[in-house]
Design a protein around this ligand. Structure first.
Ligand code: SRM
Ligand code: SF4
Length: 557
């Protein structure tokens, strides 16, 4: 039986609670890479071995090994960082990585280009500011996302606290990370790291949980394996609607794979019952998920194979109570609120435009230096949004001027205000040069494409439309392009599928409109569609609803 299992399933079971030979691989000075099995286990500790794809050819010609380094992803439930933590990350980025803090589409921060020899010192700095990377990747529960914007609800703090508690409840128990990277003493009594949830084989695949606070679906809640929709009535958090089986990846040429939005299965009251229900959704996936075919292992496939009602019944049996009927809610928007906003307590928040989550200094704007100076005041926190942006948060009214002066000094306000609506509502995944799975450029290319699309929008007097545009370098969906109004999915260098018809609020996936277009073809298609939109749109119909009606709806007019 175990013969049929993929390598990773065996490595998990035989890896001595995720230790493998990572410690030895790190010490091996003959190479900058790790042993293959250790690269798999490293993911559970939040690290991916990568190489600079821009330099592969040149190095191969010189018969040099690939330029290996590591991407490190933090576990940051809800995306919050103190000033002290921001400063620590900023300093590591300057010294040991590419001098860029990359805010991800799951509200955390990645550092790229960290050499093997610098991994331990980097984790030690993280630890000194109470950060870690445990389970940021791997077949476990990933970073728990939550609407980060405190203006969303007077109950924001209470709802937000669930992200941290869920992350803690589902954190693997192994002490491997602490031993390998923080020199904690080796554990003698193995019982101390027994893990009733993950046991020795963890989950069949990654697992993602997100919490949203309607009416804003800023976190794309239905793209998660488990989406929690907060239900608030009369200023009280009643509980959460549970939606299961979201997942956005598919594989070209494999019709058994597909993007899927989560299905609502019912409501659970806040508190202990919510935690129990979450835990048991995870255990049912642990026990029923496909362990042989990783392409069929996500919860969405388990749910579709078992049937939604059977899956729900299995969870209910384990939790010992039934889901209640889902409560009514509505999404009316899916966005970050740029600029200054005040929350219900009177504190201020400034959302900065950081294109594709890249916090760095460029010729145009010194965003990294500006945010470091703001962190230096010690008077703010930072919140990463699920759309790769940064909120300077918890600014007391008396400190607002000081922070605003720094934003002005570095022209951050100008930079944020000048970004077009199209750009503010767009995002792209990392892709080249670090992502080994990228078929096409994404974050390095989308900015210039948007400039051209902006010109088309102006030509048709549509520049005031908030059209959600997303790009990924392959169909894995890291930039969530399948839940956008204009979605680009890379098929090869310079070529993208154009997907249309997703709605503005994130209730509906988009669909393939045209395959493998180059830039000129993309612009030509959009020019025609914008022109029709201008002429034939009904009332305030969004671009996504318009293209859905015109191109994909059988009852189209
Ligand atoms: Fe992702 C794999 C980057 C969010 C679906 N993703 C990868 C890897 C690690 C490539 C790899 O396996 O070696 C990428 C690293 C690139 C790099 O150089 O940094 C990568 N994913 C990212 C990030 C950094 C994109 C970004 O620009 O922000 C996001 C990090 C999130 C985080 O902080 O945890 C990121 N990835 C997502 C999302 C969006 C989301 O969760 O809301 C998805 C689609 C939702 C979903 O999971 O279905 C996503 N990533 C994938 C998949 C496809 C999974 C599947 O079901 O088949 C892979 C490939 C895999 O797992 O085999 C993948
Ligand atoms: Fe890489 Fe594809 Fe994810 Fe983009 S969508 S980061 S190209 S795996």
């Amino acid at each position: 039986m175990s013969e049929k299992l993929p390598l990773l399933e065996r490595v998990k079971v035989e890896g001595n609670a995720l230790r493998g030979t990572i410690a030895e691989s790190i010490k091996d000075e003959l190479t900058n890479s790790m042993r293959e099995e250790d690269t798999l286990l490293m993911k559970f500790h939040g690290m991916y071995q990568q190489d600079d794809r821009d330099r592969r050819e040149e190095r191969a010609k010189k018969k040099l090994e690939r330029l290996y380094s590591f991407m490190i992803r933090l576990r940051m439930p809800g995306g919050i960082l103190t000033s002290e933590q921001w400063i620590a990350l900023n300093n590591i980025a300057g010294k040991d990585s590419t001098n860029e803090l990359k805010v991800t589409t799951r509200q955390t921060i990645q550092l790229h280009g960290v050499l093997k020899s610098r991994l331990k010192p980097t984790h030690q700095v993280f630890n000194s500011v109470h950060l870690d990377t445990i389970a940021a990747c791997g077949d476990d529960n990933r970073n728990v996302t939550c609407s980060p914007n405190p203006v969303q609800s007077p109950l924001h703090e209470e709802i937000f606290s669930y992200a941290g508690k869920i992350s803690k409840m589902l954190k693997p128990k192994t002490r491997a990370y602490y031993e390998i990277f923080l020199d904690e003493e080796k554990i003698v009594d193995k019982k101390l790291e027994e893990d009733p949830l993950y046991r020795d084989s963890y989950l069949p695949r990654k697992f993602k949980i997100g919490i949203c606070i309607p009416p804003n679906n800023d976190i794309d809640v239905l793209g998660n394996d488990l989406g929690l929709i907060a239900i608030v009535e009369n200023d009280q958090l009643l509980g959460f609607n549970f939606a299961i089986g979201g997942g956005l990846a598919f594989t070209f040429g494999n019709p058994d794979t597909y993007a899927r939005l989560a299905t609502e299965i019912g409501f659970v009251p806040a508190g202990e019952k919510t935690f129990k229900a979450i835990y048991e959704v995870v255990t049912v996936q642990r026990d029923h998920g496909d362990r042989v075919d990783r392409k069929q292992a996500r919860l969405k496939y388990t749910v579709d194979k078992m049937g939604i009602e059977n899956f729900k019944a299995a969870v209910e049996e384990r939790m010992g109570f039934a889901f209640e009927e889902s409560k009514r809610f509505v999404f009316t928007e899916r966005e970050d609120y740029y600029g200054w906003q005040q929350d219900f307590k009177g504190d201020w928040f400034y959302t900065v435009f950081a294109e594709n989550g890249r916090v760095m200094d460029t010729e145009q704007v010194s965003l990294k230096t500006a945010l470091q100076k703001i962190a230096g005041t010690g008077k703010v926190n930072f919140r990463c949004t699920v759309n790769q942006k940064v909120i300077i948060s918890d600014v007391k009214p008396g400190d607002k001027k000081e922070i605003n002066d720094i934003l002005e000094e570095f022209k951050i306000i100008e930079h944020t205000d000048n970004a077009s609506l199209l750009r503010k509502n767009a995002m792209a995944c990392v892709a080249l040069p670090t992502c080994p799975l990228a078929l096409a450029e994404s974050q390095r290319y989308l900015p210039s494409l948007l400039t051209k699309i902006d010109s088309l929008l102006s030509k048709h007097a549509l520049q005031n439309e908030k059209i959600i545009t997303r790009m990924t370098g392959c169909p894995n969906g890291c930039g969530r392009s399948s839940v956008s109004e204009i979605g680009f999915i890379g098929t090869g260098l310079g070529k993208y599928n154009l997907n249309l018809g997703g709605d503005h609020e994130g209730y509906r996936l988009n669909k393939l409109y045209k395959e493998s277009l180059n830039e000129a073809e993309i612009l030509n298609e959009l020019d025609g569609l914008f022109s029709q939109f201008k002429k034939d749109r009904i009332n305030k119909e969004s671009f996504g609803d318009f293209t859905f009606r015109k191109l994909f709806n059988n009852n189209k007019d």
